[in-house]
Design a protein around this ligand. Structure first.
Ligand code: F6P
Length: 352
């Protein structure tokens, strides 16, 4: 009888998951395994909801957003009997291995199941937040930022027509990578990140100067920035704040309008960032990490996660990979500051 791999996708979906599923299934089949698609993340392992994954089912999904397996933020460690049920499902479905595709939460569960119960699991990192420390990039990030940059350019067009300051709130949870890359790539005049408190004086000066030069100014803000009012938020099953309810964009809009005296408008791109076809980068990365996951299973490299390091995809320890969140570093903050700086030692016009 062929050996059997279960594949699940957990946490927030992101573009690149379908290419990763396709890569894993095609490689697994080549290596002689059957594949079962576990439905809706860890919830499917608790309920035993699974369907066979055939070649025909994954053949045409490389360009599709979302995840064909469905997802959830279910945490077996937070559900009554969740872990024993997960172990039972593993046996009932006659699985030999599990490929868990997810971010820090889904992979954190995978790491614990491996450590505490020796579940033969391999992790595939995914998250539009790009906040997993063991890998250079996660798929989903490129597509989300590409969309956010386009949204920012649209805001600049309408903002300039009305001589306004525009605020774009982006997702990214507790890491500012999405706002940083969006801000840099769209030429924002100020970038607000969760890694440091908003310096209202500095922001006001820069926005006033930018508006005077260009008749428009753009702020890109992460949903998780500290405006001095955190601490009362609702939490999900993994203990994360449900950030959508914070209203960062509106609060910033009011603050900026008051400080600058310039009419300001705010937009929240939200979940639009998570849908849509994956970019070329995310299709290729998703495919590569999916294929590598099947190879790790075949090599019995359990308790590992696939990581992108430079141009190589390789296996790293799941436990280490989920131990620490990757947040924006000082060097990147310095780059953002350089690009939004209004200081200049040079003459405005060079003599020729
Ligand atoms: O972790 C991915 C992410 O998109 C975050 O950027 C965001 O804060 C969160 O998921 C939103 O979660 P949900 O889809 O459950 O509202």
């Amino acid at each position: 009888m062929a050996k059997r791999i279960g594949i699940l996708t957990g946490g927030g979906d992101c573009p690149g998951l379908n290419p990763a599923i396709r890569g894993a299934v095609i490689k697994a089949h080549e290596l002689g395994y059957e594949c079962l698609g576990i439905q809706e993340g860890w919830k499917g392992m608790i309920n035993g909801a699974a369907e066979p994954l055939t070649r025909a089912m994954v053949e045409e999904i490389v360009g599709l957003g979302g995840t064909m397996l469905g997802t959830s933020r279910t945490n077996p460690y937070k559900k009554e009997g969740g872990v024993p049920k997960t172990l039972e499902t593993f046996k009932k479905l006659k699985l030999d291995a599990l490929i868990a595709m997810g971010g820090e939460d889904t992979l954190g569960v995978a790491a614990k199941l491996y450590k505490e119960h020796k579940v033969p699991v391999v992790g595939v990192p995914k998250t539009m937040d790009n906040d997993l420390s063991a890998t250079d990039y996660t798929f989903g990030f490129d597509t989300s930022v590409t969309l956010a940059v386009e949204a920012a350019h649209r805001l600049i067009d309408t903002g300039r027509s009305h001589r306004r300051i525009m605020v774009l709130e982006v997702m990214g949870r507790h890491a500012g990578w999405v706002s940083l890359f969006t801000g840099i790539a769209a030429g924002a005049d100020y970038i607000c990140l969760p890694e440091r408190p908003v310096d209202v004086k500095d922001m006001t000066e820069k926005l006033k100067a930018a508006h005077a030069r260009k008749k428009v100014a753009l702020v890109v803000a992460s949903e998780a920035i500290d405006l001095g009012d955190s601490g009362k938020e609702e939490l999900d099953e993994f203990g994360h704040m449900i950030l959508k309810k914070r209203g960062v964009a509106e609060k910033l809009q009011e603050l900026i309008e008051k400080q600058t005296g310039t009419e300001t408008r705010a937009s929240v791109i939200g979940h639009m960032q998570r849908g849509g076809p994956p970019t070329l980068f995310d299709r290729i990365l998703g495919t590569r990490v999916g294929v590598k996951a099947a190879e790790l299973v075949d090599g019995a490299k359990f308790g590992q996660m696939v990581a992108l390091r430079g141009d190589a995809v390789l296996g790293v320890s799941l436990e280490e990979a989920t131990a620490k969140l990757k947040t924006v570093t000082k060097d990147w903050l310095a780059l953002a500051d350089t690009l939004t700086s209004t200081k200049s030692k040079a003459r405005a016009t060079a003599k020729v």
